[in-house]
Design a protein around this ligand. Structure first.
Ligand SMILES: [Zn+2]
Ligand SMILES: [Zn+2]
Length: 263
């Protein structure tokens, strides 16, 4: 059976309170062999850890989302450091800058972002970066904090080919979500055509951003196949080739073990 990895999902949330088990079962049935569950806050960490204990295939990132950055303090840092000691935690994040929503003020966002890059470097874990309308600051901070030493991924890529050279210079990965399937996402589609094959990941960012045929509905990891199909169409290769290469890339980035889909 063909295999794929959803490199960025949120399953420990109320959206799945009724049917979390079914959603996860559908993912595995479809050939999703591993899922990286990104963190956004501190309160959901116990539920995330429980999920990763219950399912061998689920790994975690722990971090404070830019929306929550005003909550950053030494206690938050200590909580993340402790959570990161769990063996299923493979990354720090998501963290970064969101100057589109500005749910936290910019200074708080920058402060929390820098601190989390330093934490990732201390713990030698890669970063899951959330950035929106903030490319220049994001790149400047990643360079100043020498984030290239641990590497990471720009999750839910919403840029254009213009960012690809700097991403390559940092030696980071680019993860495509359901947004790449949207009709008006020309810049993202152009980047998806051009990005190096060995830097490309796929994700759902569920429960958000369901791909085109499901747009507006609740998303789930099994739909990551639709993202792979769109990338295959854009790059003129098979869906299986996208699945294969993104599995390899995701495992390399997060140091995940090899798990095969049941036959
Ligand atoms: Zn995000
Ligand atoms: Zn996310």
């Amino acid at each position: 059976m063909k295999s794929i990895i959803d490199s960025h999902a949120h399953l420990a949330w109320d959206s799945y309170a009724e049917d979390q088990k079914d959603v996860i079962a559908r993912a595995f049935q479809s050939g999703v062999v591993q899922i990286v569950h990104a963190g956004v806050d501190l309160v959901s960490i116990p539920e995330m850890i429980k999920l990763s204990d219950d399912y061998e295939q689920i790994y975690l990132g722990v971090g404070l989302h830019p929306h929550e950055a005003k909550l950053w303090d030494s206690q938050a840092e200590e909580a993340l450091r402790q959570a990161a000691a769990h063996p299923k935690v493979v990354a720090i994040g998501e963290c970064g800058l969101d100057f589109y929503y500005n749910h936290s003020d910019r200074e708080s966002q920058i402060n929390a972002f820098r601190a989390q890059i330093r934490l990732a470097r201390q713990l030698a874990k890669p970063l899951i970066i959330h950035t929106r309308d903030a490319w220049p600051d994001t790149f400047a901070i990643l360079e100043e904090e020498e984030a290239g030493k641990v590497g990471g991924v720009f999750h839910c890529f919403t840029g254009s080919p213009a960012q690809l050279p700097q991403i390559k210079k940092l030696d980071f990965y680019v993860s495509f979500s359901g947004i790449v399937t949207f009709n008006k996402a020309q810049d993202i589609q152009d980047a998806a055509k051009l990005v190096d094959e060995n830097r490309m990941l796929v994700e759902t960012d569920c429960p958000y951003l369901a791909p085109q045929p499901m747009r507006g509905k609740r998303n789930e990891p099994a739909y990551v196949w639709m993202v792979a199909s769109k990338l295959a169409e854009l790059r003129n290769v098979s869906q299986e080739q996208i699945a294969d290469v993104t599995v390899k890339n995701t495992r390399r980035l997060f140091q995940l073990p090899e798990i095969k889909a049941p036959t």
